[in-house]
Design a protein around this ligand. Structure first.
Ligand SMILES: NC(=O)c1ccc[n+]([C@@H]2O[C@H](COP(=O)([O-])OP(=O)(O)OC[C@H]3O[C@@H](n4cnc5c(N)ncnc54)[C@H](OP(=O)(O)O)[C@@H]3O)[C@@H](O)[C@H]2O)c1
Length: 132
């Protein structure tokens, strides 16, 4: 078995079942596009912004913390040193169960590369694209 598996994981693609299955096998899970490549206006998402405001943290820090708390390696990319430092500064706060329940509601809204691997996802993507 591989020691690590790198897959898209972010608030819009949470991969809860896949992460649990991989971790149960002792495989380290790594998240690419942890910020959804900045798409879908993720850095202004109202749910993530509201959670960040409670702790004096940015959306990027909320996402990074959420991944760290799931024992997922965060492959966040930034070309800017100040943002690299910001993205690492997540070890002085913790998300509440209420925060995590709010983030869970953002799942499957958007994939950086369209995730059409299950009928359930197809239905959710279709409903989202149709605005229903
Ligand atoms: N996307 C893929 O298909 C893929 C596949 C496999 C591996 N990877 C790897 O995964 C890593 C993650 O990069 P990614 O391209 O997938 O996207 P990502 O990390 O989800 O998002 C990167 C974007 O977020 C911005 N950003 C980073 N920190 C920020 C902050 N604190 N505030 C506001 N904006 C911020 C970056 O802009 P600035 O640079 O301007 O800060 C950039 O536009 C990379 O090392 C990549 O090589 C990606």
């Amino acid at each position: 078995m591989p020691q690590a598996n790198q897959i898209e994981i972010n608030p819009f693609q949470q991969k809860t079942e896949a992460v649990a299955a991989l971790q149960a096998e002792g495989i380290t899970v790594e998240a690419w596009a942890p910020f959804a490549e900045g798409k879908n206006d993720i850095f202004h998402n109202p749910v993530l912004s509201k959670i960040g405001a409670k702790y004096g943290k940015s959306v990027a820090q909320v996402i990074t913390r959420w991944l760290v708390e799931r024992d997922i390696v965060v492959l966040a990319k930034s070309t800017k040193p100040d943002r690299m430092a910001e993205n690492l500064n997540v070890f002085d706060f913790a998300l509440s169960n209420e925060d995590k329940a709010e983030i869970a509601k953002l799942d499957s809204m958007f994939a950086a590369i369209v995730n059409h691997d299950t009928v359930d996802n197809l239905k959710r993507i279709s409903a989202w694209k149709m605005g229903v």
